[in-house]
Design a protein. Structure first.
Length: 345
């Protein structure tokens, strides 16, 4: 594993724009130094904040804010449109993690940087793997292999427990938050962690968590109802992040890139995608929202299709957050985009 101290200067510069705490939207140009100082002043302004929490993904940030409200001060570790799969923390962020009460992790192998970070933790912060209790899908075997017909017969993992912190990339598919059912389990784990760390806040957390459960139930109903007519259909996605979601509603993903979004698709794979798309009459090629649509455009041109953005929720821009967008609004946009891609309304 690469040592944290070996992080290149260019990486530090590239990441500095992504290291602000999201609730400081008005300070859009703050560097990571600015982030530390705004957090300090924030904690004096917000006397009600009982917990300081670091969230390793945007979804975890959203759920923690919704459950904790004013009792928690949450920092989104990978902020802006950084890529969760190819990210390393800066030394300044390591300091911030060490000063927190809770370090909430997606788990399932998403945080490839975790062993290095854990080696730098002093013991004050409690790390929590939020994939506990989620039936994890096996990761892909071959990144270049078309995996639309992934066999999920053994996705249940009875032995999944805290020992799974060290799962490397590829053993499991880490994108479980894109399934409303699995995300609801993640939110339950967040609720449990907040109550354990701050028992005095239980009443507040109970009320907010109940409201959050209702939001998940409504989202699940909406997805089930609107996607039911299209069960069995294939969707061309930016990378293979939609396995949990599509398994739940009978859809198949055809990834322009593999599970880890690493590398351009080969000419052979593009040819396979084009053939399948023509055979199935696919009229939309999705690209990563906030990302590049070049690959999608070239495939779309070959099959006479249009392109459209799909959110993996690995990134949420500060601008969108400032407008009130969150996990539930992005999931709604994805649902509308999927229905539209099938020619529905």
């Amino acid at each position: 594993a690469m040592r944290i101290t070996a992080i290149s200067l260019s990486l530090l510069v590239a990441l500095s724009a992504c290291n602000n705490t999201p609730k400081e939207e008005k300070n859009g140009n703050d560097t990571s130094e600015g982030m530390v100082s705004t957090m300090s002043s924030d904690s004096t302004e917000k006397t009600k904040a009982a917990l300081r929490v670091i969230a390793s993904t945007d979804a975890i940030y959203d759920f923690t804010k919704l459950i904790g409200q004013d009792r928690v001060e949450v920092v989104d570790l990978i902020e802006g449109d950084a890529d969760a799969h190819h990210w390393e923390p800066t030394p300044k962020l390591l300091t911030q993690i060490n000063e927190a009460d809770l370090f909430l992790l997606n788990g399932a192998g998403l945080e490839s940087w975790l062993p290095d970070v854990q080696a730098s933790l002093t013991g004050k912060v409690k790390s929590v793997d939020l994939s506990d209790g989620v039936a994890l899908r096996k990761g892909e075997e071959d990144h270049d292999h078309e995996d639309a017909d992934h066999d999920d017969s053994d996705q249940g993992d009875a032995d999944h427990d805290d020992a799974d912190h060290d799962h490397h990339h590829g053993e499991f598919d880490p994108h479980y938050w894109l399934s409303p059912q699995a995300a609801a389990r993640q939110a339950k784990n967040i609720y449990d962690a907040l109550v354990a760390a701050d028992p005095d806040g239980k009443e507040v957390y109970d009320t907010n968590y109940k409201a959050l459960q209702e939001k998940f139930e409504a989202l699940e109903r909406d997805y089930a109802e609107k996607l039911k007519p299209y069960s069995g259909r294939s969707v061309i996605v930016p990378h293979e992040a939609f396995g949990y979601l599509f398994d739940a509603y009978g859809l198949k993903q055809i990834g322009l890139e593999g599970m880890l979004a690493d590398g351009q698709p080969s000419a052979k794979k593009i040819a396979e995608i084009v053939d399948l798309a023509k055979k199935e009459g696919i009229k939309t090629v999705f690209y990563e929202a906030y990302g590049d649509d070049k690959e999608a455009e070239s495939v779309a041109a070959e099959i006479g299709a249009k392109t459209a953005p799909l959110y993996t929720l690995e990134a949420e821009s500060k601008e969108d957050r400032a407008k009130g967008e969150n996990y539930f609004t992005f999931m709604q946009k994805n649902l509308e985009a999927l229905v539209d891609s099938f020619g529905g309304n």
